[in-house]
Design a protein around this ligand. Structure first.
Ligand code: PRT
Ligand code: ZN
Length: 284
């Protein structure tokens, strides 16, 4: 029995999805144009698909789990559950207007034509804000719609913002934040469910590791307690005397997000020789 996972064949989620599986120790050969490779050392079968097809394949039971952008799920809800958000493929669905156009609130778009590939999300968003606009669905190159006179505004996915900028558009509203998510079919056999648990355990360890750093530093013994208090570690930090009299070595794990702020405070408190290391896996 194998767990069948659907991931994007080519595109913005493809590398992140295969990299995540590899970091989980699930290797597979991607070459030879094989559409359904099997993992080498794990009971997993992989389907490479277009991202838009992934929720359907999972809902229909062709695959058991899949990796897809939350934006795709929000546009077309399917009978799948989000098990875990994966932290890559981050983007937002925004509304943008031509740079020179006036804009104050969403009501500025009342009666205007908005071009988008996300008509369902947009329709709901405008309805929720009691603004009536003309949602015009187009499947690609949304950003050129205003310049060719097809729309007054657009709603498209944005990550760096450079596509909007180079098309003379200005981002004015965020409709939805999105990232890649692991989805599953609600009903799975007990055997497949057990394999999924193993995959999830590995994914969570990898994710925890990438959100944390291992920090080592030297502190004068008389300042060690004050310095240790600055380390919001998982548990209280490890302290070990150094060969050099009057100094201790302190080890701890800190959150990636807190990192620069904590390092600044540690230096001010008298820490020296600060080393920060990435963590490969973090087993809770
Ligand atoms: O062939 P297939 O159907 O599988 O791929 P696709 O072309 O439909 O999707 P793809 O690979 O472009 O995107 C897959 C998923 O990546 C999306 O569903 C999102 O969840 C996520 N994602 C993250 C993005 C972006 N960032 C993104 N920037 N998807 C698209 N874009 C596009 C956006 O539409 C615009 O054209 O990138 C452009 C804007 O980028 P910036 O950096 O200039 O702002
Ligand atoms: Zn697609």
């Amino acid at each position: 029995m194998k767990l069948r996972i659907a991931i994007q064949k080519q595109g913005r989620l493809a590398d992140g999805s295969t990299a995540l599986l590899k970091r989980c120790g699930i290797g597979f050969s991607n070459g030879l144009g094989k559409l359904r490779p099997e993992a080498e050392d794990f009971p997993l079968e992989i389907f490479f698909l277009r991202d838009d097809d992934i929720p359907d394949y999972v809902a229909d039971g062709v695959a058991d789990i899949g990796i897809v952008g939350e934006n795709v799920l929000a546009e077309q809800p399917k009978n799948v559950e989000v098990v875990e958000r994966l932290g890559f493929g981050r983007c937002r669905l925004s509304i943008a207007v031509p740079k020179g156009d006036e804009y104050s609130t969403l009501a500025s778009l009342s009666g205007k034509r908005i071009a988008t590939s996300y008509p369902n999300i947009l329709t709901k968003y405008f309805a929720a804000n009691s603004v009536e606009a003309n949602i015009h669905e187009i499947s690609g190159s949304v950003e050129i719609a205003p310049s060719i006179g097809l729309a007054d505004a657009v709603s498209d996915l944005v990550s760096s913002g450079s596509t909007l900028f180079s098309n003379g558009l200005r981002e004015v509203e965020t409709v939805l934040e999105s990232q890649a998510a692991l989805i599953r079919r609600p009903e799975l056999s007990a055997e497949v469910e057990a394999i999924l648990d193993q995959v999830l355990f590995r994914i969570r360890s990898v994710r925890a590791a990438s959100q944390n750093k291992y920090i080592l530093l030297n502190a004068p013994t008389d300042k060690a307690d004050a310095i240790a208090k600055l380390l919001p570690g998982i548990k209280s930090p490890t302290m070990m005397p150094l060969a050099e009299e009057g100094w201790v070595s302190i080890h701890s794990v800190i959150k990636q997000n807190d990192f620069w702020e904590v390092v600044d405070r540690l230096k001010q408190a008298g820490a020296e020789g600060i080393l920060v290391l990435s963590i490969d896996q973090m087993i809770g």
